[in-house]
Write a protein that binds this ligand. Sequence first.
Ligand SMILES: [Zn+2]
Length: 134
Amino acid sequence: MASRDVNDLAYSLQAEYIELREKYLRRFPGRDLVLTCTYRSPGEQAQLYQSGRSRPGPLLTNCDGVRTLSRHNVYPSRAFDVAVLDGGKARWDEAAYAPLGEIAQGLGLAWGGSWKRLKDFCHFEEPQKGGHGK
Ligand SMILES: [Zn+2]
């Protein structure tokens, strides 16, 4: 099972997550932000990759955990996924995440919702040179 523990994030990213959450909650009282994934092992990444390809439905990731690793697959993790809770219920619509992406980018984070292929509104990571991974 992938980690949801903030302590499994790179130290600088922990601080950025906390700041992101504070800024978002200030703007949207009544909502909350929870971590749904921080570190994910390469084995779990491979499973996630396969599960998006062995059944109908959306692809979950472009990273297969073998040739391409996600920023979740290094320890400590360089990426995190969140869920927006609105009145205690999870929201998965773009409108809930767009302001979050805006705040995150202001903090210098890369946001999966701005990617050209396989947009991932719930995903945030440290910026890196030469592309990205989920
Ligand atoms: Zn992610």
